[in-house]
Design a protein around this ligand. Structure first.
Ligand code: ADP
Length: 414
């Protein structure tokens, strides 16, 4: 019996999301979410997808990630999909920050764990949670290969001219300050899927990918390689997001501290949690903002306009970076589901060859499912909507690493 299954684990600060995939045909065998880890009442929702069984829910206390993952392993075992199954090839872990060290998915050993740990100052909330998830999974089955797939890897091809800030070089180097970018697995998956939609090899296609979820980022992908991306040293830079400012004059921070008397933590919270769409109009859910816009709410309209203006500015800038553009692709919660955002973001760009077909953009039901084009057939630049699938991308990268017999690559600090 060959090992053709991959468990994908995405360990957040208080949650673990997981999916078990059969790589022979891409089917999902199980999925679930353990949340509120560390609180008095944690919850695990497990969905056995292959057997057609009922969704199961457990409400109990998971004191830590270990307890949560043990519960996940029990649920999988109850479906005959335990972590000791010989069909399981590997576990693929989403790891947020790989710095410049990890330019590819990497088989985890002690040196890799040490390097992920060294990068904790760059992602103080995420990397520790990812590390805990990895260590717990290792305890549950020490013999199973574990692979780290980094949010930053796809962006390690961004050239120095785009990755470096114009900050004094020695200081930037001392504190590892540069553009790393995030959402990399999504940008990688969506840019490749967009090329497939055009019937081309990724190496032939230049794409701007707009990943618009609660967090949001843009990337410019030239022939399959990322050459620019909007998130920076942290996921705060770039687009207007649900609760994050995106681009901001850095002197605003100094002003808030000097004149406003705010502490570092207060500014951090303001920029990351109380700004963006929520800070502008009180709502961060684009559905609610659109509903309020339809009712004539001025604050919601202004928030929407600021969000759209930023998006359009990035599309123009990245078109210039690429020189030739074949497609613009929308993905994630807002990008996949909001015709109003897609229409407004690309309105007025006809001169650049970018056009949206209103009927295709606003289609509903079956016509609005899956990866699809929403530009008129004759448009110079294709506009696509591509549902992202980070779990599938992580599973594929993990499986490619453990199944092809190639020497397995270790991350080497650059
Ligand atoms: P993340 O993974 O960053 O939390 P998602 O990619 O799941 O985010 O996107 C979540 C966001 O998608 C929600 O906050 C909401 O604004 C938006 N969204 C979801 N469905 C719709 C819809 N039908 N119309 C507009 N926006 C939507």
């Amino acid at each position: 019996m060959s090992a053709t299954r991959v468990l994908v684990l995405n360990s957040g600060s208080s949650s673990v999301k997981y999916q078990l995939l059969e790589m022979a045909d891409g089917t999902r065998l199980a999925a679930g979410l353990a949340e509120r880890i560390g609180e008095r009442q944690s919850r695990l929702v497990h969905r056995p997808l292959a057997s057609g069984g009922e969704r199961r829910e457990r409400v109990e206390q998971f004191a830590d990630h270990g307890a949560a993952l043990r519960a996940v392993a029990e649920e999988l075992r109850a479906d005959g999909l335990g972590l000791d199954s010989p069909r399981l090839a590997a576990i693929g872990h989403r790891v947020v920050h790989g710095g410049q060290s990890f330019t590819r998915p990497t088989l985890i050993d002690d040196a890799v764990l040490d390097e992920i740990e060294r990068l904790v100052p760059l992602a103080p909330l995420h990397n520790p949670a990812n590390l805990t998830g990895i260590r717990t999974a290792q305890d549950l089955n020490p013999h199973l290969p574990q692979v780290a797939v980094f949010d930053t890897t796809f962006h390690t091809t961004v050239p120095e001219s785009a990755a470096r800030y114009a900050l004094e070089k020695t200081t930037a180097d001392e504190y590892l300050i540069r553009r790393y970018g995030f959402h990399g697995t999504s940008h990688a998956y969506v840019s490749r899927r967009t090329a497939a939609l055009l019937g081309k090899d990724p190496s032939q296609v230049n794409v701007i990918v707009l990943h618009l979820g609660n967090g949001a980022s843009v990337s410019a992908v030239e022939g399959g390689r990322c050459v620019e991306t909007s998130m920076g040293m942290t996921p705060l830079e770039g687009l207007v997001m649900g609760t994050r400012t995106g681009d901001l004059d850095p002197a605003v921070v100094l002003h808030l501290m000097r004149i406003g008397g705010m502490t570092v933590d207060e500014v951090d919270e303001l920029l990351n949690k109380r700004s963006g769409l929520a800070g502008l109009c009180g709502d961060n859910d684009m559905r609610e903002i659109r509903r309020r816009v339809e009712e004539g709410d001025e604050n919601a309209q202004l928030a929407f306009d600021i969000y759209i203006h930023r998006l359009k500015k990035y599309v123009g800038a990245y078109f210039a970076v690429l020189g030739r553009l074949d497609a613009v692709a929308f993905t994630a919660g807002v990008g996949e589901n909001s015709p109003a955002v897609r229409r407004a973001a690309l309105a007025g760009l006809e001169g650049l060859g970018i056009r949206v077909d209103p009927a295709l953009n606003e289609a509903e039901g079956a016509a609005a499912e899956g990866a699809r084009l929403i530009s008129p057939g004759e448009a110079r630049v294709a506009v696509a909507v591509v549902p992202t699938d980070e779990e599938l991308e992580i599973a594929q990268q993990t499986y490619a690493l453990v199944s092809d017999g190639e020497p397995q690559q270790r991350g080497e600090p650059a």
